[in-house]
Design a protein. Structure first.
Length: 139
């Protein structure tokens, strides 16, 4: 994912669907996506889980690991588990990769309390939002 076999600056828009959380090293992957995007082009991200707090993301990873162990008898190491994004880190992360985060429909406003209530009913706090993020390549 960090060395795509694509020409630099080839795409006006790069679409990343349910993929960012699978990158072992997210920043280099975002930098690679920037490399294949034309100057002032865009990156549209759909469906990578975004948590309000890192602790909630780690708790979800731990649940996933327990489920794999219980269902299939597999002990998959933490470093081989899909990751997640943290809402408060998004602007900085995209900025470090050379993108300017312009839009994101993270669960806010009236929807956030509804999701928190649903999570409480399910006995799970800190459920992720599934955002639509748009970032423009700087320069």
């Amino acid at each position: 994912m960090e060395a795509l076999p694509l020409e630099a600056g080839h795409f006006d828009l790069v679409l990343a669907v349910d993929v960012l959380h699978h990158a072992r090293r997210l920043l280099p992957f975002l930098v690679e996506l920037r490399r294949v995007t034309r100057r002032l082009g865009g990156l549209l991200v759909l469906e990578s889980p975004v948590y309000a707090r890192r602790e909630d993301g780690e708790a979800d990873v731990a649940r996933r690991m327990r489920r794999l162990r219980r269902r299939y008898g597999l002990d998959v190491p933490r470093e081989n588990q899909p990751g997640y994004l943290v809402r408060s880190e998004l602007a900085s992360l995209f900025g470090q990769a050379g993108y300017r985060l312009e839009a994101g429909s993270l669960a806010t406003g009236f929807l956030a309390p509804a999701l928190d209530f649903a999570a409480a009913l399910l006995g799970r706090s800190g459920l992720p939002s599934r955002p639509v993020l748009f970032a423009r390549r700087d320069g």
